[in-house]
Design a protein around this ligand. Structure first.
Ligand code: GLY
Length: 242
C-alpha cells in the first residue's frame, strides 16, 4: 500500500511525516541513529504499539484533559530516570494530540532536549497536533500555557488506527480538515482519506517551514482554536475536572 512522505523543511532539523496503512512498521526510518533505548508514552485506549529493535519501556498516562498537566510531566521524568534514558535516546508518543503534546514536552525538558517521534492515532493528531513541534500542558489558568517548541525527529500517521477511532473523534478531525479547506480553498472532499490527510500535512508543513515559531503566518493554523479555547475556558470544560 502507498506511503505518502511529506518533508517538514527546517534545515538540519527537517523531518518526514509518513502517511499510510501500517506505517508504524517503518518506525526505524525515523528513529535517531543515536537512540539505544526508548520510552513509549501512550494511553490505555490505544491499541497500536510499535515493535522496536532497541530496549524500551512503556508508560501509560491517564485519559482526559486533567492529565495534561505538569504532574504528568514530573511522573514521566521520574520514569525516564528509572529507565536510564539519556539525551541520545528517544521518547515515542503513541496516541492523539494530548499524548503527542505531552510526549513532546517531556522530551523537550528531559536533559534539556531529547529526541521525540510521534505516532499519531487520531485524525486531529495526524493533520495537526503531531506536526510542527508545538508541545505543552495545561494549568488552571488556561490550556497549553506551559510548553516548548520542540520538533520531532519524525511523525507516523498510521491510517489503520482510524478504523477504531470513535465517530466523535473522527468529526473533530474533519473540523481540522475543514480548516485547511478554508485556508487554501483546496477541494479536500474530492480526495480519498489517505490523500486528503497527506494534503493537509503538506499544507501544514509549508506553513511551519515558513514560520516555525508563529511570529506571523503560522497563526493561521489556530483558525477555530482560539474561539474553541475560549469556549472551553468559559464553560470550565477542562479546568472543572481538576
Ligand atoms: N495547532 C496549530 C499549530 O500547530 O500552529
Amino acid at each position: 500500500m502507498k506511503t505518502h512522505r511529506i518533508k517538514v523543511a527546517l534545515g538540519d532539523r527537517s523531518y518526514s511525516v509518513l502517511v499510510g496503512h501500517g506505517v508504524i512498521d517503518q518506525i526505524d526510518e525515523v528513529l535517531p541513529k543515536s537512540a539505544k533505548r526508548a520510552v513509549v508514552i501512550t494511553q490505555s485506549t490505544i491499541t497500536l504499539q510499535p515493535e522496536l529493535n532497541i530496549p524500551s519501556t512503556t508508560v501509560v498516562i491517564g485519559n482526559g484533559e486533567e492529565h495534561k498537566s505538569l504532574q504528568t510531566i514530573e511522573m514521566l521524568a521520574q520514569k525516564f530516570a528509572e529507565f536510564g534514558l539519556t539525551r541520545n535516546d528517544v521518547v515515542i508518543g503513541v496516541g492523539g494530540g494530548m499524548v503527542t503534546d505531552i510526549a513532546g514536552f517531556a522530551a523537550a525538558s528531559w536533559h534539556r532536549g531529547t529526541a521525540v517521534v510521534h505516532v499519531a492515532t487520531s485524525l486531529v493528531g495526524m493533520v495537526d497536533a503531531a506536526i510542527g513541534g508545538k508541545t505543552g500542558v495545561n494549568i488552571s489558568q488556561g490550556k497549553n500555557l506551559v510548553g516548548a517548541f520542540w520538533q520531532p525527529s519524525g511523525v507516523l500517521c498510521d491510517l489503520d488506527s482510524l478504523k477504531t477511532l470513535p465517530q466523535r473523534e473522527l468529526r473533530c478531525g474533519l473540523g481540522e480538515v475543514a480548516k485547511y479547506h478554508f485556508l487554501t480553498g483546496d477541494d479536500l472532499l474530492a480526495l480519498e482519506m489517505p490523500e486528503r490527510i497527506a494534503r493537509c500535512v503538506e499544507i501544514k508543513a509549508k506553513i511551519v517551514a515558513a514560520d516555525e515559531r508563529e511570529s506571523g503566518s503560522r497563526a493561521l493554523l489556530n483558525y477555530g482554536h482560539t474561539l474553541a479555547h475560549a469556549l472551553e475556558r468559559s464553560s470550565n470544560f477542562f479546568v472543572g475536572s481538576r
